[in-house]
Write a protein that binds this ligand. Sequence first.
Ligand code: ZN
Ligand code: ZN
Ligand code: ZN
Ligand code: ZN
Ligand code: ZN
Ligand code: ZN
Ligand code: ZN
Length: 1724
Amino acid sequence: MASELEPEVQAIDRSLLECSAEEIAGKWLQATDLTREVYQHLAHYVPKIYCRGPNPFPQKEDMLAQHVLLGPMEWYLCGEDPAFGFPKLEQANKPSHLCGRVFKVGEPTYSCRDCAVDPTCVLCMECFLGSIHRDHRYRMTTSGGGGFCDCGDTEAWKEGPYCQKHELNTSEIEEEEDPLVHLSEDVIARTYNIFAIMFRYAVEILTWEKESELPADLEIIEKRDTYYCMLFNDEVHTYEQVIYTLQKAVNCTQKEAIGFATTVDRDGRRSVRYGDFQYCEQAKSVIVRNTSRQTKPLKVQVMHSSIVAHQNFGLKLLSWLGSIIGYSDGLRRILCQVGLQEGPDGENSSLVDRLMLNDSKLWKGARSVYHQLFMSSLLMDLKYKKLFAVRFAKNYERLQSDYVTDDHDREFSIADLSVQIFTVPSLARMLITEENLMTIIIKTFMDHLRHRDAQGRFQFERYTALQAFKFRRVQSLILDLKYVLISKPTEWSDDLREKFLEGFDAFLELLKCMQGMDPITRQVGQHIEMEPEWEAAFTLQMKLTHVISMMQDWCALDEKVLIEAYKKCLAVLMQCHGGFTDGEQPITLSICGHSVETIRYCVSQEKVSIHLPVSRLLAGLHVLLSKSEVAYKFPELLPLSELSPPMLIEHPLRCLVLCAQVHAGMWRRNGFSLVNQIYYYHNVKCRREMFDKDIIMLQTGVSMMDPNHFLMIMLSRFELYQIFSTPDYGKRFSSEITHKDVVQQNNTLIEEMLYLIIMLVGERFSPGVGQVNATDEIKREIIHQLSIKPMAHSELVKSLPEDENKETGMESVIEAVAHFKKPGLTGRGMYELKPECAKEFNLYFYHFSRAEQSKAEEAQRKLKRQNREDTALPPPVLPPFCPLFASLVNILQSDVMLCIMRTVLQWAVEHNGYAWSESMLQRVLHLIGMALQEEKQHLDNVTEEHVVTFTFTQKISKPGEAPNNSPSILAMLETLQSAPYLDVHKDMIRWILKTFNAIKKIRESSSTSPVAETEGTIMEESSRDKDKAERKRKAEIARLRREKIMAQMSEMQRHFIDENKELFQQTLELDASTSAVLDNSPMVSDTALTALGPAQTQVPEQRQFVTCILCQEEQEVKVESKAMVLAAFVQRSTVLSKNRSKFIQDPEKYDPLFMHPDLSCGTHTGSCGHIMHAHCWQRYFDSVQAKEQRRQQRLRLHTSYDVENGEFLCPLCECLSNTVIPLLLPPRNIFNSRLNISDQPKLTQWIRTISQQIKALQVLRKEESIPNTASSKNSENMDELQLPEGFRPDFHPKNPYSESIKEMLTTFGTATYKVGLKVHPNEEDPRVPIMCWGSCAYTIQSIERILSDEDKPLFGPLPCRLDDCLRSLTRFAAAHWTVASLSVVQGHFCKLFASLVPDDKHGDLPCILDIDMFHLLVGLVLAFPALQCQDFSGISLGTGDLHIFHLVTMAHIIQILLTSCTALKETPSGWHLWRNVRNGIMPFLKCSALFFHYLNGVPSPPEIQVSGTSHFEHLCNYLSLPNNLICLFQENNEITKLLIESWCHNIEVKRYLEGERDAISYPRESNKLIDLPEDYSSLINQASNFSCPKSGGDKSRAPTLCLVCGTLLCSQSYCCQTELEGEDVGACTAHTYSCGSGVGIFLRVRECQVLFLAGKTKGCFYSPPYLDDYGETDQGLRRGNPLHLCKERFKKIQKLWHQHSITEEIGHAQEANQTLVGIDWQHL
Ligand SMILES: [Zn+2]
Ligand SMILES: [Zn+2]
Ligand SMILES: [Zn+2]
Ligand SMILES: [Zn+2]
Ligand SMILES: [Zn+2]
Ligand SMILES: [Zn+2]
Ligand SMILES: [Zn+2]
């Protein structure tokens, strides 16, 4: 079909390109009916340009549209070539001083915590960097898209509204001037014409609802009937569902389906089929059928292609308009005018209105295009912003309703623009007064919550999923209300007062519907059947909390408003609870001669509700009356006389009693919903407008009534009246032991009641209740939080209630109360309470949870013990109450209170068997303490003429009245002081008695009567001495015990160092290890130590005993005994790689014999150093395997290790391992013993001998490979080449190792081969020994790098496990040849040898520039025994080692000289040359020293064990090298000349010297992780500019940075998945395969999170190296504090990488947190 169309399409294209924009514009200028003319043009051309096939061609369409459609418009508008016209317009423009940049998804935004009027005010990065706020306390977030920069908006910033760039533009704009004055009349007229037509066209076509018919003026006759099957986005169906459905419906591949789904998700719609109507209709029905099972079906339409074409052009047009108005503010204004002009149909008919009202019908893409246009036009024009705001407010109700029923996220709804409008203070105020916005919002909200109960309260019971969904959406209205209230008025007009109060009325109506909602009744007998719905009500409360607070803030600003609001609120409360009419009977209570009337009401029997927002609002307003002093200034205006204190306290008291009863376990049968409600009631998210206000309401009520009356009512509500009103009730009560539960219950209730009294008197830190300010309040919160434990900044922030400046509020006081302790390498910065603040600690602080209270108590007592103070925690000195609440203190000295105290003390004195508790007593003591503090303060502040009416001390000195005749409270306290069972409270009682005496003294001194020692003090004195002695004795016992424990500890630690991983890592830091020291103990004399060669220092044989960690048996390491093994982990590595683009292409064919100097792919071996018997390990591994198989069958779970790949966890330290290394003695000693002859050949002679031997072998080998050829020829060859003297190629040495060791040699060799090459295990493969040598060389090299980078000495104390690992690895590699085929190893040796000493058999070997010399050295040395074992001529192994080493060293020197050519040209002096060689060769010498040290076991010279200057000479001595390396060449002058010549004549070397190729130069620099910027926001910015490399310019959702090479990847997304080994993997996993051979270190930029990946199934998150000023990381960027690079933490990550510990780290993380195992890491 497409091919048939092709010529036709081309013809059309040609005709289109022939159009002239100028000509068309000219025609339009002449036209009488411009609209008709333009419409005809569009009708003709649009379908020719857009939608001509199944797939869109955006570039081509854009090009043609610009040429044929937009071009003429631009010509018309400018009246000339737009290339000249637009720049002219731009020049004439006075640019706006508003930035208005619309944010992209993921772009960083900044808000100033000091200057932003509200948190929604943000700056773009450019403006921020040019503003004063960059030095303020700012907050950084990433934008979710939408929204724009507020730079230049004077209403958004308290200070510094302009950045430097936008400040420039403000100088000229004094007053608001009409931007049209900069345009000519003609331009204005033409712009107006064309904008009006185009804007109308766009709106018309986008809101067009017919599927196959165009608007009449766009219809053309000759139209082709093609259709699209258009699929629309919804938020109900998942990606997977859509993809699956599409594959079925339109027969596409999965890739195509993913493409469709991605576009639908992004743009909101996508055509999935193109063709005739029937064809499309068929696809539609399949899609609908497939998606309608559980949910409503996906939206699909079959649309005529010309409609789609026009719609696509409509969108293009809107973006065009947006860019055109960027040229001139005048054009922008014209567009606004056009948009807001009322259409022919009157109200709501402007284009802007039409778009808004159709919002929910449009698809996502269309919405975001026109929203953007609104933002860049209407919201950027000061005049029209206001008019638009009015339109928005007028349509508010409708827009919200549309949004509530729509299923798109809020960011795609026009309703979301409310944040842009309502947060502008002047607009908000205007909308409140002129459009009654507050009332509208609240009413709209109420309209959407229709479910009410019989009393008209909200009812969320039997609440369907759909309603829940709607309810979530409705909540955005509360957010709007919040926006409107965010900025408080500085001036009040009468209009504003009136409209605010009207809004307040509506708000009260809302609260009234909440007062008493979700009532509950105690469940007795049976447990409730179904947990009642409670979350909806609490969500509502939680969302409203902030609004309620803001309402009060507004009221506080104007006295008239406050008085009116108070009246209104009281009236509504009266309506809610008009007296006690709900059938409750009056009763009379009396205690101590006081009596009061109240009602009979039991919380435990009747309905009770936690929701009392009206009461609480009234409490808040009441405090404001006190705070603003309105109560004293205008008492006559207030309805104070109407207040009925018992009515005020009733409901809050019930609520508090409910909490007490729940705590006492009386509501257990009501299930978790109630427990949760009580939790939230006290929680920081709600308490401010719930629990706190209930306390205030009680304080309000009590301050207006007789405290005795109050206490009696309280006793009654707590259902404790009987206990305290009946003398001896306690005795009787406790005798009924059968009701143990009831006794317990009552005890708890009494404790709770006492706690409540403490709170009522003690909580005076709300401004208005006590004489304090907001700072005092927040200070006290922080002091109490820090009394529990030191806390990080974010923890503290979380514990404070949310309001607009909670953090800045906290920061203003934090310095005063706390010290900051910086974080170390892990953990976070902590605030610690200053010691002097401890005296303000109140054990009964009302915001403590029970757990917090006991933690705080413990912490504070411990602190006191440490300071050698007594442990009493007396109540702190409190600020005075405000006058309105002043009478509250009288509770403490009221008769009923004293009676309660006396009763509890009496119980404590009588003690045995009575129903009482220590907590009860502790609370009473606290209350007595409070009363004493109060009296002391009164006395301190008393003035001459006043009499102190607070006489607590007198009252407690009096004995009880008849008939009890109980002793006085004081006397009882004195009795209790010596009670042995009250040891804990002794200190507190002593404090009370002391304070009592102090007060007495003050009173007596003021009344000048003689001071008499009371009995109490004497008693106190003597008991104090006794106490002291007792304490001393206890301290002594404690000390002895401590010492004993310490001794045990240090004993245990000795084992621990060997066994514990963390400690082990510390030892790396501490440089304190045992093994290296042992090795170097002076068993050899101090004479020069030599590591190799005939002169090698002889080390006496050491016997080595090790213990198996599994069976705990000790065993000696011997050649013939059972194998002992170390757990080991072999992995591929690119840590040292100098060429990350290189990796093994075809592992089956890859030849690893020569390592390239770029070290691009190495094999690293690590070990935790834990030793086991080989057979013990085998048994352990088999059991792990079996267990794992069973587990996988059962649970289908992953583990942190992959058993099928041979992985297991070290049984002791759980370190990830995948094989074991056998433990061996120095293998050289075994073979070297037979020869030690002084007369050894020189290098030249040795090379000659070896060459002969090699030649002989080659001949033999050839003969073996062709056994059937004529024997004559063989003998010929043999004759030709005499066997060198003493060489016996037929000799096969006996393997000295035990079977078990041999088996382990094979096991480890095979594992190295399998992992290193990623092939199937094959122990016969000739590459196995090469891989073993390679891993040994690579591991030594990587450790040498770590030591050098950290400036550590080469033979300094290495951590045991590294030491053990290197030793075993080297010895293993040296012994491995004994289990390999002798001829294979000989073959390797010959080839390796030939790379330096060329022979005629090996022509194609790499030149010396392309060989890593250390790998070569290790290979040669370790393969040599295979040749030497057949040599009986007397050449020792040591001689061979020495000559090999010298030969390789010489080659390396030449290599260094060749590759430092450039350096040589610059600095030709001999000294420089020498220095170059010396620097270049050092790493090689160091590696060689390590290698021979571990191979031969010769201790290192003490000089190299400490760090210091270069140890070149010492190294040379140790390695048997001349200090002057040139001697090497001179000594062997005859052969060196030949060798050098052969090395340098290689063609590759020539190419290099001629500059045709590159080579690695020496010393190789260590690889580092990439440089990260200091400021995290520049990373965010970088990432926000990054778009997905696969889906043409789309922003990546999870941009992720590879820390190894710096590549940015589009992670965790369908678009960038690739196939790897037959599986779909995400961009990160794919990247690790090329960049890190499977291991990756990434930074997820949006989340500020480090990601470690290993293989496809392993991964973990790691704490990022960025910290805020409080020393905390911000994973997920939730808090938004500025983040800065912490170099030390970044180094730590780099170190993990260098040490090859990433995989191990992942393993540990996954073991610690099982949820990490379940993550699909390969999709990241
Ligand atoms: Zn900006
Ligand atoms: Zn700016
Ligand atoms: Zn600022
Ligand atoms: Zn064992
Ligand atoms: Zn271990
Ligand atoms: Zn990378
Ligand atoms: Zn992508």
